[in-house]
Design a protein around this ligand. Sequence first.
Ligand code: WTA
Length: 636
Amino acid sequence: MKSEEFLVGLGNNDSGTREKAANDYVKFWDEQAQSLQWFKKWDKTLDWNFPFARWFVGGTINASYNALDVHQQKNPQKKAILWEGENGDTRVLTYHDLYIQVNKFSNVLKSLGVEKGDRITIYLPMIPELSISMLACARIGAIHTVVFSGFSATSLKDRIEDSKSKVVITADGGYRRGSIVKLKQVVDDAISSLDFVDNVIVVQRTNNQIKLNQKDLLWNDLMQKAKDTCEPEHLDSTHPLYILYTSGTTGKPKGVLHGTGGYLTHLHSTFQWAFDIKDSDVFFCTADIGWVTGHSYVVYGPLLHAATQVMYEGAPDYPNPARMWEIIQKYKVSIFYTTPTALRMFMRFGNSMPESHDLSTLRLLGTVGEPINPEVWRWYYTIIGKKKCPIIDTWWQTETGGIMISPLPGLETIPLKPGSATRPIPGVCTLVVDETGKEVSADTKGFLVIKNPWPGMLLTLWGDDEKYKTVYWSKFKNCYYSGDYAIKDSDGYLWLLGRADDVLKIAGHRIGTAELESGFMSHNAVAEAAVCGIPHEVKGEAIIAFVVLKEGVNQNESLQKEIVNQIRKEVGPIATPEQIYFVSKLPKTRSGKIMRRLLKTIARGEQIGDVSTLEDGAAVSEVKAAIAALKKSIHN
Ligand code: WTA
């Protein structure tokens, strides 16, 4: 882990910020919040009623006002979104355009009876209407809940039901690898039994044939009639901005609830510090808005800074694996933010693709979502960045709202180490601790925890304060538990080592094992299932499943296919297992709990420790044999 020779920064060196933050983090964030436009200043910076944090209490603000009105007044013709469709369609929206669209759509929502605090589910492909819908909700104080358009009807239904959304916004379809994903049909299936959904608004992206039901309204028809000004609501700083469902260790996804003033403050600061954003930059974050990275660094972060950004609709390797490099060249992208999974995929196609494109406009590179292998980091640095762009490896979570650990070239200079996210941002204090909550010594693996509240922190879990307390604030005294393993090296650099709980990261997407297992068990031939992750060359981690069939059911190839289809239908294509092993029993503890950690250890070919708590050792032998047989078949 010794320091190598890499570019260390971009010439910024503001040590005062760190010093201020270290002296008094509450006062520090108070100063940061002043960069935003508030309708009314707050009376109290932080109300910390453990474990519920309320930031900038008494202040009123509006996210869409800060993202649009402020820039529309100063520089309306500045380009906000350079949109590239997968099929080559393009659109350019200036800040003025975006402002008008958002105002109109706010009026549309109001005309449908949507009020402050109502929930709206958004199930759209990566098209500008997705950002417009979110900002319109924010403008009138409705709470948006975006569902990734790769999720199935069942997953969508669960989320609409839990949030009790009265309006769903979708599209006739979206392009993915050249074919049309029929989103409207998924929505029809999802809401067929939900009588509280009043309306479905449909954007016509592909113009494919769709069936319009009584509740359905077309986006264009509504927008044509709508007035183009809508006063932004003056919302309390703690007013919920959105719910974003994410996987945890239980079968049911958790609705992470974010507020307004604190969240925006966190994004405003981190977008500046991490990305060093300048007026002339062209920013490109490849994340889908359906995940938190898209919420924070496609929608709110860049817009707060009046940035110009590229938004891309489709698959990163379609129609060929050079698509990202073509986009960077075409739009003269200067800041590129992507995932280790995407980089591993690009790397496999060799250097000639990036090398045959003009990437000279790039000045800063970032990654997010999973640990980045040092060799991939070096490839990114050398082949994409030509050794002139610092790499920011940004660690954060849906729950943290924004970046928490990362090099910050917009603020300071720090020697980089490939694979380390370096240090926490100013105003955030992280620790690496053992099971008892005691800090471990340098270079020792432990659990990553966060000591004090921070402005982007989730407010709670939607409708479940108790679960919020248990999941995040009960494992370690007075600390937020991240669920991640980490090491702090002797230079104080943090190395994030992946999840310590039963959450998987498949191609950077977060999925809980329990959610997958209940998906498997929804197939009527399956008696029991256990799921774990194994290392995967491109996806980082891949899903393997151990399945016990019901008495009298025989395994065969068509059943295997059926089960795979079932899980894709229940959760979505991202849940497709790499491998299914049929076994007659699963290893369990004497109290009947499936030993997932043991399965993971065996699947990874690691040494098994003490298994004396096991109810039945034969299950272990069977699992081992099933894995060995597969490994053998791969080697042959
Ligand atoms: C993982 C994504 C290593 C981590 C923004 C975390 C990372 C989970 C990194 C959150 C990184 C995120 N290095 N691991 N730079 N960034 N993770 O909620 O396990 O989709 O807990 O948020 O991703 O995933 P989520």
